[in-house]
Design a protein around this ligand. Structure first.
Ligand code: NAD
Ligand code: LMR
Length: 339
């Protein structure tokens, strides 16, 4: 759907620019980590989104180049690049949506949790600034380990007195993107017609695709479902191994991040029935954070959907993921409250 809107924006750029500024409200989107592997492609995709009026790009280095480059694309968004710590406030001020892909990616042999030592501190500091400069923004957390970085963000916001659980999202859209692709390929279905909810978290067995609720339903064997589940859970590792030390998923992640940010913007703009899976503060299970389908609206999360009926295999997967997810959540909360 993002590609369709990208193509249509490119085809009708003048019309879209005029139309969008007249019909859709001003929206500022800020990307923290904008000069990185995800950040650069995501900056381009957000520049192509006609719902964005201001695109603010922040990184520790390299942002002026990315901003200058992206700014030449003839679409609505005005682009600003910020590259120094002292400019972070300016980058964030007035943001409606803040997307955070800042941090280090995995290398072969690492788990996402191995990134905790570096990324937890990065996320904690950036979130302090989010609380200070744009406390009402919807925060889309991409930095890994998402299972812990979202709880870290929540604690930082609580301490600052700005926490609104409806406005904090762990971006798990890439798991859905992968599940759709793998399912459609295995089932011989057109991928655009396919939907698969993915619940739980964003690491290994905590990623739980619900193929029993895939739409349309295909007649797949238990072995097929097990294969698809494992491939979805190991999708990130598949890319890390293929990149052989040069990072993790960037292009598919930028695509997924752009879809999720677009959904947030549509929700803010009052478009009805915008539903995506996301890792949010939740009472769907006994864990304080959990990914499931959420409806997005003017205040962020408007409704969190339950898990529906699970197959025996999925029920088992749900029970098996809880201990790991709980320990990642606890680790994030403990880290955020240190010092
Ligand atoms: P990258 O190294 O290519 O880019 C990261 C960028 O973050 C760099 O440009 C770096 O300068 C910047 N950065 C670091 N500290 C910063 C700070 N304090 N302020 C601003 N910018 C800062 O890495 P990448 O491939 O873009 O991945 C980024 C993160 O996204 C990793 O943690 C990775 O694991 C994660 N990721 C998440 C998903 C997901 O599905 N949620 C998917 C892919 C990657
Ligand atoms: C992914 O799922 O691709 C990301 O979480 C990056 C990774 O480390 O696998």
């Amino acid at each position: 759907q993002i590609l369709r809107s990208v193509q249509s924006a490119a085809r009708k750029s003048n019309y879209t620019r005029n139309y969008a500024s007249a019909a859709s409200p001003e929206r500022k989107v800020t990307i923290l980590g904008a000069a990185g592997g995800i950040g650069q492609s995501l900056s381009m995709l957000m520049k192509l989104n006609p719902l964005v009026s201001t695109l603010s790009l922040y990184d520790l280095a390299g942002t002026p180049g990315v901003a200058a480059d992206v700014s030449h694309i003839n679409t609505r968004a005005q682009v600003f690049g910020y590259a120094e710590d002292k400019e972070l406030g300016k980058a964030l001020e007035g943001s409606d949506v803040v997307i955070i892909p800042a941090g280090v990616p995995r290398k072969p042999g690492m788990t996402r949790d191995d990134l905790f030592n570096i990324n937890a501190g990065i996320v904690k500091n950036l979130c302090k600034s989010v609380a200070q400069y744009c406390p009402n923004a919807l925060v889309n957390m991409i930095s890994n380990p998402v299972n812990s970085t979202v709880p870290i963000a929540s604690e930082v916001f609580k301490k600052a007195g700005t926490y609104d659980p409806k406005r904090l999202f762990g971006v798990t859209t890439l798991d859905v993107v992968r599940a759709k692709t793998f399912y459609a390929t295995k089932a011989g279905l057109p991928v655009e017609a396919v939907n698969v909810p993915v619940v739980g978290g964003h690491a290994g067995i905590t990623i739980l695709p619900l193929f029993s609720q895939a739409h349309p339903q295909a007649n797949l064997s238990n072995a097929d479902i097990e294969y698809l589940t494992k491939r979805t859970q190991d999708g990130g590792t598949e890319v890390v191994l293929a990149k052989a030390g040069k990072g993790s998923a960037t292009l598919s992640m930028a695509y997924a991040g752009a879809i999720f940010a677009d959904a947030c913007l549509k929700g803010l703009n009052g478009v009805p029935d915008v539903v995506e899976c996301s890792y949010v503060a939740s009472t769907v299970t006994d864990l304080p954070f959990f990914a499931s389908k959420v409806r997005l609206g003017k205040n962020g999360v408007e409704e969190i959907y339950g898990l529906g009926t699970l197959s025996e295999y999925e029920q088992e997967g749900l029970e098996n993921l809880k201990a790991e997810l709980k320990s990642s959540i606890d680790k994030g909360i403990e880290f955020a409250n240190k010092e």
